[in-house]
Write a protein that binds this ligand. Sequence first.
Ligand code: GTP
Length: 605
Amino acid sequence: FPVERIRNFSIIAHIDHGKSTLADRLLELTGTISKGGHEAQMLDRLQVERERGITVKAQTATLVYNYQGNDYLLNLIDTPGHVDFSFEVSRSLAACQGVILLVDANQGVQAQTVANFFLAFSQNLAIVPVMNKIDLKNADPESVAIQMKNVFEFEPKNILRISAKTGLNVDAVLQSIVERIPPPKHCNINKPFRALLFDSWYDRYRGVIAVIAVIDGIIRNGDAISAKHTGKSYEIKDLGILQPNEVSLSCLQAGQVGYVVCNMRSSNEAKVGDTLFKKGLTNVEEVASFRQSKPMVFAGVYPMDQSETAALRSALDKLTLNDSSVTVAKESSAALGQGWRLGFLGLLHMEVFNQRLEQEYGAEVIVTVPSVPYKSELLGEKNIKLYGARDIIVNNPAQFPDISIIEQFFEPMVLGTIITPDVYFGPIMSLALDRRGVQIDSKNIDNSRIMMQFRFPLNEIAVDFYDALKSLSSGYASFDYEEDGFQESDIVKLNLMLNGEIVEELCTVVHVSKARKYGKEICLRLAETIPRQMFQVAIQAVIGGKVVARENVAALRKDVTAKCYGGDISRKMKLLKRQAEGKKRMKSIANIEIPRETFIKVLKR
Ligand code: GTP
């Protein structure tokens, strides 16, 4: 295939606007897969993807399309559906020259439509606007066209109107891909081999499968290649195109997208965004600037039962093999035992990962309340020397530095976009302000919908913001966010004490304005869950030596057999035995016997 007859494109859309359905139709229409001969959506392979209706792992397919008598090679590059994965989205886009921007004709432009549009727009890609689901009875194509004009400046006459479900007008999408998206640029088949690695996964039998966009030259089986970022070299064992299953070929050439199997041992070696090139070349120009993904949300993960620690460990190993953007560090806690602290790109990433952990490996886990990384600027040259840097990043509240050595704290910020019917403007505004949001912008996108933008501390949206937003808008508001740097902030460490002793796993970092309220809440929750002891238990929330909240659990003389079972000796023995077993599971902190369940109840989100 000459490069002029290749098109590399992605479909980008808000969740549920029909991306997978359209991808399926394109595959069918070009005869890549047979009609209806495959279960549901081919491109969504993982169970969690099907259940949640979102795409986690990018998957790619090559289609052959005949346009005006010529065959064209269309490479559909599937992107993940959520901007939590904007890192993955932008790396997939780096392999494209254009995108199909899909908008549901009933729901209209949503928060992720906006976020995805700007990712593509900022990478100078050709954008083909497509309105989907026009077969729906309550579709409102005219209003949606107005929204697309107001938000993205698309001329209504250029917007394709299709139904991916019935197949209506889908052929026009294929034509537009050829007509409106340019062929790969700056490709040269006469130069030595060079390619962008933009996705990979681990196959149990074949090892790492890396997906590449070839920029220069030709690659064949047996060729020796090197990776720019890792500096390692490999031999090509197999290569070919994805349809979407692997189809072996003898070579891949400039402009093409396909897979290679070489002797990479783990996904960690297949660095997404890395440049592969003919071994021995020097001064190789990188195809895309390489950026390491950076976790923004952290949570402790512990086995429900300590005897399952080894099983959880092996599940984590396997899952991170396929998702190297998750960071894993060992962590142990007096109350919860041995566990791990995981770092995720964002909130949805965390949820999807935990769900996969449970579904694919049957792991029963305790996930602690998520925390965000804080930056601390150290005070004085002595401390800077001691830590080796002026700024330190703290991912775990337990490691929060003492205020006496800190000049200033910074917290991570996000830019949040909310799109909602305008009747919910008031309540959403109150919610945003309560979460320390600062309004940046708000505008009507048609006569009944409004787009609002806020700058939020990530910490404030990390726990239940999305649920709160959904519930106060009866499910109609959509939300998305992107990272927006760090901001100076008055944050404090809130220590939790039981009878004067600090319980590390219950300590958190909060904004000073919320410390008292949060302290009260957690003291109350503890008071309700800690079983009564033989002595009084004082629960205190303390900031820098000052008590901001306090609850007591009154003393109790505990005799489980006293009341009703006085007569029956075997029953009495059984109960006493059960009580003894219960005690074994308790952790003693400050001489207070606390069942694991208490921590689980208090720590779980
Ligand atoms: P994510 O993977 O979560 O981003 O979702 P998606 O964008 O891939 O959406 P998907 O293709 O899974 O479609 C979501 C729902 O919309 C499914 O129930 C589809 O059957 C339905 N759907 C997709 N296209 C159409 C259409 O043209 N008309 C109608 N009526 N329903 C459609």
